[in-house]
Each structure stands twice: as C-alpha cells, then as structure tokens.
Design a protein around this ligand. Structure first.
Ligand code: GTP
Ligand code: MG
Length: 307
C-alpha cells in the first residue's frame, strides 16, 4: 500500500490562502514577498486543470495562513518551482501532474458487504468514507456523484450498516461505511463496527485512501481524535474531510466557526502523523469542495495505478 502520509517535510515560509466564497479561484501568495503564485479555477462543472492565472489578494480578503510544511504535497510533485504551485480551494492539497480524469460520468450501486472478503474483487482502486454516525458520509457520496438518493441518508444516526460499494465510471469505487460512535441502534442491526471496518482498512489492498469525515460545525470529539490516531499508528493513508461547512458561518455566542474548528482539529492530530495529512472543507448542502475532492481523488488514484 502506498504511504501518502510519510512525505518529506519542506522548508517553512508562510503563505496565505484566501477562503472567501466570493472567489472561485485558488490563490496562493507568499506573504513576505507578495509574488503571486499561479491559481487554478475551481470550476463548478468542469474539473480540469487548464484554467489558471495569477491574482493578487484583495486586502479585505480573510486569510488562512498555511506554512509550507502544513501542505499536502502528493508524491512526484515538482516543488522546485513555487511559482507553479497550485492548491485546491478550501484545503491544504497541492495539485500534481496526476490530477486528471476527475469528472463523474456514471455512478452505480454495486453491493453491500459485511466482511472484507465479500467486497468486490475486480482490483479497482477505492476510497472509503468513514466517520461518526450522522457526520454526512452518505450525503457526501450523493453530492459527489450529483445524485440525491444514490446512497441512503437519514436524520437519525446509524442509517448505513454495511460496506456499500459504488462504482464510478466503471473504473473506481466510492465506499460508504457505517458510522462509529452511535450505540443506540438496536442490537440486532448494530454491527460490530470496530471489528469489521478495521479489518477492512488493514486488509483491503485496493484501498487508496481512507477519507475520515469530521463535522466542522462542532468542536473536535474524542472519538474522532482516537480514530485519527488509530489510522496514523497503522499508517493507513488518510484524507481529513471536514463536513457541514455551510453551518455557523458567523461566530455566535462564542461558538466557533467551521474554519476555527478545522484549525483546532489539525493541531490536535498533529502528533499522530509524520507529515501533515491532506484535508479539505466540504458541504453537501452547498456542494462546497465537491470538485476539489474529485481532483484530489483523481491524483491519488492515478498515482496509485502507476505504481
Ligand atoms: N447542514 C448540513 N447538513 C448535512 C450535511 N451533510 C449531511 N447533513 C445532514 O446530516 C444528516 C446525516 O447525514 P448522512 O449522510 O445520513 O450521515 P452518515 O454519516 O451517512 O450517517 P450514518 O449512515 O448514520 O453513519 C442528514 O440529516 C443530512 O441532511 C452538510 O454538509 N450540511
Ligand atoms: Mg450513511
């Protein structure tokens, strides 16, 4: 299994990434020099890398500062030329030459499995969505494939109870897993989550990366931190996906905004990983992060297929 979390650390000048939704451009500026990096148009319907140009940051733009060592730089990315560095909007993910074929043309439900052995055996690469019950795993599957009901969702936690495989473009899988941290499901439908999904993570050879979903509208939960720690210790490649970023746009009564919860979570899991894992902000309500997640998956997948 390739190891995406053990990439070399880089030097650490501070760069600034604007995150306002007013700007659909990805923009990266080194604060000290104000030399514009190239940016990429994160277009709603077209996930290509062809549109790119430079911009200067408007002074009123809120800034998220990311030091270079906190970026996720995919393997074989040319970091020699900072001027060509491109970062996916609302994430720490640098684009590599492998980011292609990101559009979804077809999505089919294939099967539900309760053991790793029952999962499809055609060798296609896959990404698994995992996270607390109700965090929005099934909703994110639907947002990504632009279908309202491909994966079943519910206001009540504990909806998904099996390993559900969805085949995309006949060439890769999205996998929707049951949530953890919900003990109120009736015993007969409650699966031994830790047993069956941990076996899946450790033994599924076609698993390119786990996508650990974390609710960005609330402060970090102990169980999510424990889960991230387990993935780190077992060196399972992981992408952190922050969900429900549409909620709490403004700070109210001291309750933190999504951006602050995202920042706090990074700090709390830092010690579990040798290098910063990729993270990305999403919302299944506004479809924030949909095209970015697809580009990220495409570059992980294309790299995996070549190695
Ligand atoms: N505001 C907001 N609500 C969301 C978002 N994503 C999911 N929800 C809501 O959260 C609830 C749970 O969503 P699901 O997608 O079923 O969650 P899940 O993680 O698959 O849950 P389990 O299958 O029980 O593990 C539903 O009421 C969704 O409408 C989001 O991005 N923003
Ligand atoms: Mg679900």
């Amino acid at each position: 299994m390739m190891l995406l979390t053990n990439l070399p650390r880089l030097y650490t000048p501070i760069i600034s990434v604007p995150h306002s939704s007013l700007y659909s451009h990805l923009l990266l500026l080194p604060k000290a020099t104000l030399v514009p990096f190239s940016s990429i148009l994160s277009h709603a319907s077209k996930s290509t890398l062809t549109t790119s140009h430079s911009l200067l940051t408007p002074s009123e733009e809120p800034q998220v500062e990311i030091s270079l060592e906190k970026l996720f730089i995919p393997p074989e990315t040319d970091t020699g030329s900072l001027l060509s560095t491109r970062i996916l909007k609302g994430s720490n993910i640098v684009l590599s030459k492998y980011a292609s074929s990101a559009q979804i043309e077809q999505a089919d439900f294939v099967k539900s499995s309760t053991t790793t052995e029952q999962c499809p055996s055609d060798g296609l690469p896959e990404f698994a969505f995992v996270g607390r019950s109700n965090v929005g795993k099934s909703s994110l599957v639907n947002s990504i494939v632009r279908r309202k009901k491909l994966a079943l969702t519910s206001k009540k936690p504990g909806k998904t109870q099996c390993i559900n495989h969805f085949r995309i473009n006949d060439s890769w899988y999205l996998v929707d897993l049951p949530g953890y941290g919900y003990a109120a499901a009736p015993k007969e439908v409650r699966t031994d989550w830790s047993k069956f999904t941990k076996d899946y993570f450790l033994n599924r050879s076609t698993l390119v990366s786990v996508f650990l979903l974390v609710d960005a509208s609330i402060p970090a939960k102990k169980i999510d931190l424990e889960y991230a720690s387990w993935l780190g210790q077992n060196q399972i490649p992981m992408t952190l996906v922050f969900t429900k970023c549409d909620k709490r746009k403004r700070k109210k009564n001291g309750v933190k905004r999504a951006e602050e919860n995202v920042e706090d979570f990074q700090g709390l899991i830092r010690e579990f990983f040798d290098a910063t894992p990729p993270w990305i902000m999403t919302s299944s309500v506004t479809n924030q992060g949909r095209d970015e997640i697809l580009l990220h998956m495409a570059q992980l997948r294309n790299y995996w297929l070549k190695h």
